[in-house]
Design a protein around this ligand. Structure first.
Ligand SMILES: *Cc1c(COP(=O)(O)O)cnc(C)c1O
Length: 514
């Protein structure tokens, strides 16, 4: 070991992996379930016994003890702080999850979102008292319209997949208005698509017709034309696609669709690669969701609610959901009712995720047009840097072709080693990195999809690249054990993830007394 205790020789690594009595690894503390730690006689609060009262619960009154774990305040606090440390996050390090655009959430966004006027706004307060909030929604919608080159934006959807549903419902309404409800029942979905695309189409009653992607990872006009027929309502195409490539024939595809009376839904999850460079509206897109939690830096999933506004072309704008913000003279109003309009109706109780709108607008205004363009250029540059620096040790399905915002590798370089993409990903955990997206897109065998985003410094990227090269050299040197046994430093080793998802154990039962 060196003076800081970092291993310098293989024996040092073995010493570090040694088991400890507590199960802890240095500050990585083994944490039991709260039910196992708690005692029924302990509490973090000290309440007086209630004055005598008559229960009105009758037969519904609880008979036994509630059996909630009792903990003192420091015990409760430590439990949750330790659990939080078992979570990898973008605030802890690079999060190179391809297609997810896990970028830094600027603290400026958080500061603005916490201003009381934004943080305390209530969806049921009178519109006259929420003019500032409506102005934020309106300004964000205008910014998104400018960036997409499209006529309208529906703000309510709560996630990308919810946005897909919204866009496809607008397409369905447009088709019904044309009297083609019974005839146009098919949605084309390329086989390189995100799983949410066919799921969305199926959810609202369309059937899915796959379109094969070509050898070069792109969908061709020819492939779309041969799948097109009078029964086709729309295509759902991702651009840049999930191979990290710009769909080169996208304008021709749009033309072919429109010529056949079908609509063009674009999955815009990868918008971060093209903001300020290309406007989807100019490419013939009719509807596209924008993941504010990807491109516009609002927190993802567990870190906060998502938001997936949908940009609509002039052909679909009339079918947008309610409520939406409308300007009436100097006042902003929320149009709440669909009656008497072509709107397909309501998707959610209120107008959308206000806190996310504030953060996204803060990101947009603090970057400005030039800053947003630079962010997408830097994201693409970072991905190409990663691609170019790993190309000689790993295998890339599309060779030397430059990528957009994410670099895609396959598992040909692991052939005959008995090791898999999963083993490589697990070894990254021991090195302190969250793995990249693996086994997606499905059309590339053993896919590894790396999206560094614009957030990483060159030094950060270099360390990441050197670590992956180090692991790749370990594979080439025949050190299979390093990968097969990984992760050894994580709080848990390899879990049966499929079983955990299919048969989750969500209830703790008290073990029988010994
Ligand atoms: C993330 C993503 C989605 C879904 O977005 P959510 O906000 O997670 O629902 C859809 N398509 C692609 C290509 C994505 O990367």
């Amino acid at each position: 070991m060196n003076k800081q205790g970092r291993p310098t020789r293989p024996e040092d690594v073995a010493a570090k992996a040694r088991a400890t009595f507590t199960g802890n690894r240095a500050l990585d503390i083994e944490e039991a379930l709260i039910f196992e730690t708690g005692r029924f006689d302990a509490t973090g609060v000290d309440l007086d016994d209630p004055a005598p009262f008559q229960s009105r619960l009758g037969p519904h009154a609880r008979e036994g003890a509630l059996n909630l774990p009792g903990l003192t305040e420091p015990e409760a606090l430590r439990h949750y702080v330790r659990l939080s440390r078992d979570n990898y996050s973008i605030d802890a390090g690079i999060y190179p999850l391809g297609s997810c655009t896990m970028k830094h959430n600027p603290r400026l966004n958080e500061r603005i979102a916490r201003l009381p006027g934004f943080a305390d706004v209530h969806p049921l307060q009178p519109v006259s008292t929420a003019q500032g909030a409506l102005a934020v929604i309106d300004a964000l919608a205008k910014a998104l319209m400018t960036m997409t080159g499209m006529s309208a934006v529906a703000m309510p959807p709560k996630a990308g997949a919810h946005g897909e549903l919204c866009g496809m419902m607008a397409i369905k309404a447009a088709i019904e208005a044309r009297g083609e409800r019974e005839t146009r029942r098919v949605v084309l979905v390329p086989d390189s698509a995100h799983g949410t695309n066919p799921a969305t189409a199926a959810l609202i009653g369309f059937s899915v017709r796959p379109v094969p992607a070509g050898e070069d990872g792109n969908v061709s006009v020819e492939a779309v034309k041969s799948a097109l027929a009078p029964d086709v309502a729309a295509i759902m195409l991702t651009n840049p696609n999930t191979c990290g490539l710009f769909e080169r024939q996208i304008a021709g595809i749009a033309e072919a669709l429109h010529g056949a009376g079908a609509y063009f839904y674009c999955d815009g999850a990868n918008f971060n690669a093209i903001v300020g460079k290309t406007r989807p509206g100019d490419l013939g897109v009719d509807a596209m969701h924008i993941n504010l939690h990807k491109t516009f830096s609002t927190p993802h999933g567990g870190g906060g609610p998502g938001a997936g506004p949908v940009a609509l072309s002039s052909r679909l704008a009339p079918y947008a959901p309610v409520p939406f913000v409308a300007r009436e003279g100097d006042e902003l109003n929320l149009v709440e009712h669909a009656e008497g309009t072509a709107s397909f109706g309501r998707m959610s109780a209120f107008h959308g995720q206000m806190g996310m709108f504030v953060r996204a607008l803060s990101f947009i205004l603090s970057h400005g047009a030039d800053g947003l363009r630079q962010a997408s250029e830097d994201a693409v540059l970072s991905a190409n840097y990663v691609r170019a620096c790993l190309n000689d040790v790993m295998s890339a399905p599309f060779g030397d072709r430059p990528c957009m915002h994410e670099a895609l590798f396959d598992d040909r370089w692991l052939k005959d080693t008995g090791l898999t993409t999963l083993d490589f990903a697990k070894a990254m955990i021991d090195e302190g990195y969250h793995p990249m997206t693996v086994y997606f897109p499905l059309i590339v065998h053993g896919a590894m999809l790396i999206e560094p985003t614009e957030s990483e410094s060159k030094a950060g990227l270099d360390l990441f690249i050197m670590t992956l090269r180090y692991l790749a050299f370990a594979v080439k040197a025949g050190d299979r054990e390093r990968l097969l046994s990984a992760p050894v430093f994580a709080p848990r080793r390899r879990l049966d993830e499929t079983r955990a998802a299919r048969q989750p154990v969500l209830r703790w039962t008290r073990p029988a007394p010994a």
